[in-house]
Design a protein around this ligand. Structure first.
Ligand SMILES: Cc1cc2nc3c(=O)[nH]c(=O)nc-3n(C[C@H](O)[C@H](O)[C@H](O)COP(=O)(O)O)c2cc1C
Length: 278
């Protein structure tokens, strides 16, 4: 992924114990909509397997590790703490994923009190380890403005470094044309672009210049990436568009971004961060 031209890569979500994920089929292409619905359910080999692999890796690029809780966990916060403790030594940042729609109850961790408690546990573990690895919280697009406020406040008070906006949506826009649009799970790709950008922009308006915001959701072109940056993203991620457009997408986006920066007479891309935010 780094060799395709990405500036950084995020892997996961990984959980403390291995788990198989949901029954197949669990991944659906909505080709007419340039979208995907997935209900993978954190299929992964567990944190120890990931740590063993990463221990053998040359540290030659920026790597984020995205952590989650096991589906059958009796104590979700303890899962995040364990995954943080095991994987932070290999990460350039840790993404705390509380926004997957495919682990029942997980998104409830975005509620004010639960979030406060969770972030205290994860930042507490970081302090205990004497680690300074940045912590970013990954949020859902399906939240109202009041929740954006709450999350911003809790994130700032907890002393984490950033927010990733957003994960997939459980909404099904009326515009969807594909036969698979009714499948349950998280919708990603083009139809997610607007709702995720709305949340990103609201978050930037709320936190000012204080946090790193990663914009993700429906990015498939330089113009999309530019819109995320103008809405407040300091970094941009994508996933679904890679499935449709293939590896050449990365170089194309960078070419298009550069043309937009030049068109607008900016000294560099950083000058565009938050340009559309009041
Ligand atoms: C097949 C698939 C699996 C995903 N698994 C995870 C996951 O385990 N953890 C997570 O935080 N996000 C997961 N996502 C969400 C993506 O990381 C991303 O936030 C979302 O798809 C929006 O970006 P996109 O429209 O560019 O795909 C997954 C998305 C897809 C399509």
């Amino acid at each position: 992924m780094l060799k395709l031209g990405f500036g950084f890569v995020e892997c996961g979500s990984v959980t403390p114990r291995p788990q198989g994920g949901n029954a197949r089929p669990r991944l659906f292409r909505l080709a007419e909509d340039r979208a995907v619905i997935n209900r993978m359910g954190f299929n992964n080999r567990g944190m120890e397997a990931m740590a063993a692999r990463l221990a053998r890796r040359a540290r030659n690029g920026i790597l984020g590790i995205n952590i989650g809780a096991n589906k059958d966990s009796a104590d979700r916060s303890a899962d995040y703490r364990a995954a943080f403790a095991t994987l932070a030594p290999f990460a350039d940042y840790i993404a705390v994923n509380v926004s997957s729609p495919n682990t029942p109850g997980l998104r409830g961790l975005q509620n004010r009190d639960e979030l406060q408690r969770l972030l205290a546990i994860v930042t507490g573990e970081r302090a205990r380890m004497n680690s300074s690895v940045p912590i970013l919280l990954k949020i859902a697009p399906d939240i109202d403005p009041g929740a954006v406020d709450d999350i911003a406040q809790v994130a700032l008070a907890a002393g984490i470094e950033g927010i990733i906006a957003t994960n997939t949506t459980i909404a099904r826009p009326a515009s969807l044309k594909s036969a698979q649009a009714h499948q349950s799970g998280g919708l990603s790709g083009a139809p997610l672009f607007m709702p995720s950008t709305v949340v990103l922009k609201a978050m930037r308006a709320r936190v000012g210049s204080k946090l790193v915001l990663i914009g993700t959701g429906g990015v498939a072109s330089g113009a999309d990436a530019y819109a995320k940056i103008r809405a407040g993203a300091s970094l941009v991620q994508l996933y679904t568009a890679l499935a449709y457009d293939g590896p050449s997408l990365v170089a194309r986006i960078k070419r298009e971004l550069l043309a937009l920066v030049n068109r607008d007479g900016l000294p560099n891309i950083a000058a565009a961060i938050g340009a559309d935010v009041k």
